[in-house]
Design a protein around this ligand. Sequence first.
Ligand code: 2BA
Length: 147
Amino acid sequence: MISLPNRDFLEAKIEDFIISSEKVAHVQIGNSAEHALLVLTKTGYSAIPVLDLKYRFRGLINAQRITDAILGLDHIEYERLPDLKVEDIMETDMPLIRPDDRFQKALDLLIDQNFLCVVDDAGMFTGILTRRVMLKQLKKRLYQLHD
Ligand code: 2BA
């Protein structure tokens, strides 16, 4: 029979496991789709947050949304990239999490999301919680059960 990690873990706050904002690749409102594509390509990440000048979270951008926005009838219209703004094509409908939320909530959400953006009460972007970090914590707890 498989033993599950005890509930203490699920009830712990996520705050200690956040990748802090200064380490997270992002783009800003007002940046062009060309700039966003450059950042996505250079960092290798499939999606990154969009922030405003005050570091408030505004949305997510990925290469698929950019390509989709410049898709013509029979070719990709790359010449439109400099004029297209990230705020016009970013995704805004995604679950967010707060620094004092619990692992249980993050675990449920990370089943469908690669990562979660962490936003405080004032809407400020605190960082991200990734699937990788969550899986590492789960693995640690599972192995501890057998020590
Ligand atoms: P993806 O870019 O699709 O990356 C999927 C997984 O591939 C990552 O899982 C990580 O294990 C690995 N990976 C991708 N690019 C990497 C890189 N440049 N350096 C090291 N490992 C890399 P997670 O670590 O769980 O990240 C989940 C998602 O969170 C990523 O999806 C990305 O969209 C975002 N992300 C992670 N760290 C980020 C950062 N520092 N800045 C911006 N976005 C980040």
